[in-house]
Design a protein around this ligand. Structure first.
Ligand code: G6P
Length: 640
């Protein structure tokens, strides 16, 4: 997490303002505080503040002219959200400025090392609670006390760091920036007599499309006219290819929408269309590599973990292939079952999630094959995998994953069909699904769902409490559909109490069971309302005890083999007073609200999740939350 940016050019420019604009593009990576440093007429310009960089005023940044600057947008890990903890961090004489994304796991040891060399008074030099601050002091130590050059000191310090990092360092009087990475993202952009360094391409896409992705444990010396890449451990020169980025700046801007999240939800007809444009040969090769293995695993985190579970279900359903899906952070326990005949398919939007990378390292150690389904070309996971398939969804900026999630579903469906040697059938299914989604996902749908969100929040007792007894669905229902077999309470027992919107539950079965869990994640992330999703069948094993009069429950009921059982589960809920929002192709008297979705067959998870993305978005906005940057979360979680 955290966004980093560095610039160096041959002419004086408004470098602080440039860093500010770049950090705004990276703010999805961290937004609790920010800071910028620049060399201005041989002196260190520095500014730090708490809060979002996008809210910073240009006043203090305008007119700051220089040839290099660095900037950082923070997501706190070590130390609270304070100005002192915001990056850049400096050495005592403030000649060296450092920005860092990741974690220096051995920061305590480095402090002891400095204490050993310079005495206990070293502790007084530290002004923050961060792990990062050891870096400028360590570099300073090697320059001041061991007489090393800036570059040699940087390399020496780099070799001592343990953990995950992308670091950019500038020093007054030196006409170059130094940077290194191990595990955390860092991309280089090349302009005309200028270079950019950043956590992600949108930070500099206005300036250049020529990009280079350094590998792990590589460091860079970057001046206005040249870049030199070397291996951090051996010092050997490394050659890496420049790639031209083809996506538009437009896809990284809001294009008139009030938030990225809404824009990304509404552009799903397009992102899905792009996602299913996969070359047959690549899909078939991917499937062949999967098929060759004896044990197949999917891993992912957060939303991608739920999609990984769908990967498992599709492989079983379509191709009759047994696979296992695990959460990245829990995968290490299965390392003992891995060998050369195992294949791990990593599912990740960013390709940078630390917990997935950790799982893949376990797999790599055991000689297992790594495949990946990603949105970001050149990301860390991409570099680890033998073969990657890309979602082509364009940059996803809002923290809550929407268009990447549905693109993952689409490609997982294609992979399963390729596994079953039925790719034309899979492509046909997906083309027709995308057509139906295009016709359905229009502003009217968003407007209707907003009304439901308003109703849930305003929550007049009349809206959420059951009507007269004779409207009970229980009466005309065969007893076999009802659990348990007893009459529901009558409406006279239901007072006109209000149900303050504390919880929302979501149920689904089969392919829609992981979707119910993903739905809960969406609602939690942006609306901050407690939400839980579970398989419909699990209801009677615990969660039903939580249902009160007026508790909102969302039921995902596609026209598939789960329909009958889902209807009985919905009935069970309704008879206990749940306010049922049905997401289904067909209406039912079980529903208090019906969100109609197209009948997409195997692709029903896409139709089920989109209305919930919209519901979560509207709940967030109506509650005054920023859906793009929810509290405590970050888009790219590069820490364990
Ligand atoms: C974070 C994000 C989630 C995302 C998860 C995995 O928690 O907030 O939206 O699903 O990371 O990210 P990945 O990039 O691996 O898909």
């Amino acid at each position: 997490m955290c966004g980093i940016f560095g610039y160096i050019g041959d002419k004086e420019k408004e470098v602080a303002l440039m860093a500010n604009r770049a950090l705004c593009e990276l703010e999805y990576r961290g937004y609790d505080s920010w800071g910028i440093a620049a060399e201005v007429s041989g002196k260190m310009f520095a500014i730090k503040a708490i809060g979002k960089i996008s809210l910073a005023s240009d006043k203090e940044l305008k007119g700051v002219m220089g040839k290099m600057s660095i900037g950082h947008s923070r997501w706190a890990t070590h130390g609270g959200v304070t100005e002192a903890n915001a990056h850049p961090h400096f050495n005592t004489s403030r000649t060296i400025a450092v920005i860092h994304n990741g974690i220096v796991e051995n920061h305590e040891e480095i402090r002891s090392f400095l204490r050993g060399k310079l005495g206990n008074s070293v502790d007084k030099l530290f002004l923050s609670e961060t792990d990062t601050e050891v870096i400028p002091h360590l570099i300073d130590y090697y320059i001041t006390h061991e007489g090393k050059t800036f570059e040699a000191a940087f390399v020496e310090a780099g070799r001592m760091l343990e953990g995950r990092y992308a670091v950019v360092v500038m020093k007054l009087g030196e006409p170059y920036l130094l940077a290194m990475r191990d595990g955390s993202p860092l991309v280089v952009g090349k302009g005309e007599h200028e270079y950019f360094l950043a956590s992600d391409v949108p930070a500099f896409i206005d300036h250049t499309r020529q990009v280079l992705y350094p590998g792990d444990r590589e460091y860079m010396k970057v001046s206005a006219d040249a870049i030199m890449l070397r291996n951090l451990d051996t010092g050997k020169k490394v050659d890496r290819e420049w790639i031209t980025v083809t996506w538009d700046k437009g896809s990284a801007t809001k294009e008139g929408y009030p938030h990225f999240m809404l824009k990304e939800i509404m552009e799903q007809p397009l992102s899905l269309d792009k996602a299913i444009h996969q070359e047959d040969a690549k899909l078939e090769e991917f499937a062949r590599l999967m098929k060759e293995s004896e044990h197949l695993f999917f891993i992912g985190c957060g939303t991608a973990a739920k999609m990984a579970k769908l990967g498992e279900l599709y492989a079983a359903r379509v191709a009759g292939k047994l696979t296992n899906a695990y959460v990245g952070s829990e995968f290490a326990a299965y390392g003992q079952f891995l060998n050369k005949r195992s294949t791990i398919v990593a599912v990740s939007q960013s390709g940078e999630t630390a917990d997935v990378l950790e799982g893949l390292r376990v797999a790599e150690k055991e000689g297992a094959r790594i495949l990946a389904l990603l949105n970001v070309v050149g990301s860390s996971i991409d570099r680890m995998s033998k073969k990657s398939l890309f979602l082509n969804a364009g940059p996803e900026i809002a923290v809550a994953s929407t268009k990447a999630a549905t693109a993952q579903i689409a490609v997982l469906i294609l992979i399963a069909h390729a596994l079953a040697k039925k790719l034309p059938e899979g492509k046909h299914l997906m083309r027709s699904a995308v057509k139906d989604i295009k016709a359905w996902l229009i502003p009217d749908l968003s407007r209707d769902i907003k009304k439901i969100a308003e109703k849930l929040l305003n929550n007049p007792s009349s809206a959420l409490l059951r009507g007269p007894t004779n409207s009970s669905p229980y009466q005309n229902t065969p007893p076999s559909l009802v659990f348990p077999r007893r009459a529901p309470e009558t409406s006279s027992a239901i007072s006109l109490q209000q149900y303050p919107l504390r919880d929302i539950y979501i149920i689904g079965r089969g392919l829609n069971a992981p979707v119910a869990q993903e739905a809960a994640i969406k609602i939690q992330e942006v609306s901050y309302i407690h939400a839980e999703g579970f398989p419909g069948g699990e209801l009677k094993h615990g969660p039903i005890a939580l249902i009160e009069k007026g508790t909102p429950v969302i039921a995902l009921i596609p026209n598939d083999e789960t329909k009958r059982d889902m209807e009985s589960n919905t009935m069970e809920l309704r008879s206990r007073g749940a306010y049922v929002i049905g997401i289904a192709p067909d209406n039912s008297k079980l529903f208090d609200e019906w969100i109609q979705v197209p009948n997409l067959g195997l692709a029903s998870p896409i139709a089920s999740i989109i209305p919930i993305q919209l519901l979560a978005y509207h709940l967030a906005v109506l509650r005054g939350n920023d859906p793009d940057k929810p509290r405590n979360l970050a888009k790219s979680v590069t820490v364990k």
